[in-house]
Design a protein around this ligand. Structure first.
Ligand code: NAD
Length: 338
């Protein structure tokens, strides 16, 4: 069985190129969302604590099965730990044998950003040039790289309640060919934006901004509110927007729409991709992707990484699955080792 650790993944992305990896990932996601009906899907299994969540996210088709372990602990960064860490597993379904165990902290950030770009492909104005991001923590730079691959972004305004997170973000974005606009408030950051990404972490319901602060035709990618009791917007704002989600049975408990009901939802993302429903129709409407992260996205990501690892001869073979001459003699493994 293959093990992909952080160093191996970083090597894979450096050899592929971040831009090219983002494009490949977006294409895989789009292809798999288009095959929506061929997947066995379920809302993720959530274990809830007062200070965070731990989740298991399975998804499968007739060839492969995957799951991800992921947490969400908003107060972690105060103790020098990541808010989100993850690991994933990919298996073949014919015999049910695991093929790969993989780091997924970096991959979650990459796939979450690729999903944002995919949503923007169908929902943002094609000529969106000004991107705003609220919350410049661990996910932020990934979001910008992926959005830039999709939209002609020239200005980037940003705000975080933590000035050091803004400095870190500015440092990491300095080499990009965009005008960086640090802001003193959410209101300032969003005032001229065509696309707004919200990536804040707080274990509470907040309203980052109101409907009347927006220009016509703005696309909002709301990714920070992703579990029960954790939202970034008011119900009133949602009611003014064309709201798209990944998977209603999960999002109705975890997304911004938990504040209302399913009638707030215009479409699931796969319906836009397959053409069953229209994406953006004109330059005036407000569009809103209530993205919480769905297991299919991790499935697509793990498959891509597995195939790239094979092509590039990366990854370490680890002895986690017994290889036996007599599959009934499992006990023999104990004798052999001692
Ligand atoms: N939808 C998804 O698929 C998905 C995937 C990964 C992470 N997330 C969520 O995205 C959020 C961000 O994740 P992260 O790993 O970047 O977390 P992080 O803790 O590294 O960063 C969050 C940032 O938000 C800032 N912040 C908090 N409240 C704010 C406010 N009111 N205004 C401005 N800034 C504010 C914090 O100071 C921090 O810098 C988390 O809530 C996480 O659970 C969602």
């Amino acid at each position: 069985m293959m093990l992909i650790d952080i160093d191996t993944l970083a090597k894979m992305i450096s050899r592929t190129g971040l831009e090219r990896f983002n494009v490949q990932l977006l294409e895989r996601l789009e292809g798999d969302f288009a095959q929506w009906e061929n997947f066995q899907k379920s809302p993720r299994h959530v274990t809830t604590y007062p200070h965070g969540v731990i989740e298991l996210m399975p998804c499968a088709n007739d060839e492969f099965y995957s799951f991800k372990y992921v947490n969400g602990h908003p107060a972690n960064t105060g103790e020098g730990k990541l808010c989100v860490v993850a690991m994933g597993l990919l298996a073949e379904v014919q015999h049910g044998y695991p093929l790969m165990v993989c780091e997924m902290t970096l991959l979650t950030a990459l796939r979450t950003a690729a999903v944002a770009a995919l949503g923007a492909k169908y929902l943002a104005r094609k000529n969106s040039r000004h991107l705003a991001i609220i919350g410049t923590g661990a996910q932020a730079e990934f979001q910008i790289h992926a959005m830039r691959a999709q939209l002609p972004i020239q200005q980037l305004s940003y705000f975080d309640v933590d000035p050091s997170a803004m400095d870190k973000f500015a440092h990491n974005m300095a080499s990009l060919d965009v005008e960086l606009l640090p802001c003193d408030s959410v209101a300032e950051a969003i005032s001229a934006a065509d696309v707004i990404v919200t990536a804040t972490a707080a274990r509470q319901q907040v309203a980052l901004f109101d409907f009347d602060q927006l220009k016509p035709g703005v696309h909002i990618h709301a990714m920070g509110g992703d579990c029960s009791g954790k939202t970034e917007f008011s119900l009133e704002l949602l009611q003014q927007c064309k709201v798209v989600v990944e998977y209603i049975p999960q999002t109705k408990h975890e997304g911004e729409i938990q504040q209302g009901d399913e009638s707030l939802v215009y479409a699931e993302l796969w319906q836009l991709i397959t053409g069953k429903k229209d994406g953006r129709l004109n330059d005036q409407e407000l569009t809103f992707f209530d993205s919480v992260g769905f297991a299919l996205e991790d499935f697509s990501t793990l498959k891509l990484v597995y195939q790239l690892a094979k092509q590039m001869n990366l990854g370490e073979e680890v002895n986690l699955i017994p290889q036996l001459d007599d599959p009934k003699n499992l006990f023999g493994l104990l004798n052999a080792k001692n």
